[in-house]
Design a protein around this ligand. Structure first.
Ligand SMILES: [Zn+2]
Ligand SMILES: [Zn+2]
Length: 111
């Protein structure tokens, strides 16, 4: 994947930040840059969950999700196209790695 100069700089900044902070990758979520961007994305999406909206439902978004995860592509941490407002249920769905119970869809796919 190719990144713009700004994205490269963001990636560098976040890698340094997380290496130097006791919070690790979570340090990013405490920066004023993220807080400002998060608000901007929630405004853009009218504080509605974008996955629910795609299914014709209107649910209040509580989180702004990185489509390409922060650890995988810190360069895209502040890029609008990589950010999506989601409700808690949808956010859990897009992060199966965070779920405690095995993902039945994945099992079906496997067998
Ligand atoms: Zn949702
Ligand atoms: Zn997420």
């Amino acid at each position: 994947m190719r990144f713009t100069d700004d994205q490269q700089k963001t990636g560098q900044w976040i890698r340094t930040l997380s290496a130097q902070s006791y919070r690790g990758w979570k340090a990013f979520y405490h920066t004023k840059e993220w807080r400002a961007k998060r608000k901007e994305i929630l405004d853009r999406d009218h504080s509605q969950c974008q996955r629910c909206r795609a299914r014709g439902r209107y649910t209040m978004a509580v989180t702004v999700h990185h489509i390409k995860h922060l650890k995988d592509a810190p360069e895209l941490a502040l890029s609008d196209s990589n950010l999506q407002s989601l409700c808690e249920a949808c956010h859990n769905e897009v992060h199966p790695e965070k779920q405690y119970t095995p993902n039945s869809f994945r099992n079906e796919e496997k067998w």
